[in-house]
Design a protein around this ligand. Sequence first.
Ligand code: ARG
Length: 262
Amino acid sequence: MRRYLMCRPTHFAVTYRINPWMDPTAPYDNALAVRQWETLRQTYLDLGHTVELIDPLPGLPDMVFAANGATVVDGRVLAVQFRDAERADEAPAYAAWFRERGFDVTEPKHTNEGEGDILLAGDVLLAGTGFRTSHASHAETQEVLQRPVITLQLVDPAYYHLDTALCVLDDTNIAYLPSAFSPGSQAVLRQLYPHAVIANAEDAAVLGLNAVSNGRTVVLPVQATHLAAELQSAGYQTVGVDVSELRKAGGGPKCCTLEVRA
Ligand code: ARG
């Protein structure tokens, strides 16, 4: 059983563009986003997980993407610092949520967007950089969270956060889109994860890798049919969820989900 923090998309909107998925001139449906998010939340409850909630704040349309709110390992919280001013005010709200519950919260000196770019994989942290989270923050992350950090260079602007290009399946395996990474990082991933599940371009284009695994069951966008089949062949169960409305902001199930490792 896992403990997740989520934020209802009460104020969800696409009013600015900080990644290639966002088109402020295109229509979006807030009520549908809320319904899709409720289904995701219910999926976690049905799997036996705990879901805690943080109050959504007006004027912060991306606050639903709770993964960007912090990174939490062994009860230690590294708070976040967003690259973009549009999301800056989310950082203190998430830090306060953890402080109020007695967590040990460290304020970052460098830009890092939480679990969007920093993923615990067994005993190590996989950390993305290239678009949002700065390389300098990786050293800080290692000091604060006390796990070895492996830097991965993201190269495709469509996959601007690590969690859009790579999913941790369990302590020893991942799924990823090789072309989202630099040649050197691809070599590192091949070395570390020789049995990784390899996603294709169609999977990634529906944010299929933005998935949440508890080690056995992977919750992923229902549109990612090839990836679901690959995961099943690798021995995982899959649950498809439709969060197409949130994808208009460049997010999927994982973006909506912050794991609280107390
Ligand atoms: N619109 C948000 C942004 O660009 C989406 C964040 C998605 N979150 C994630 N963990 N990938 O910042």
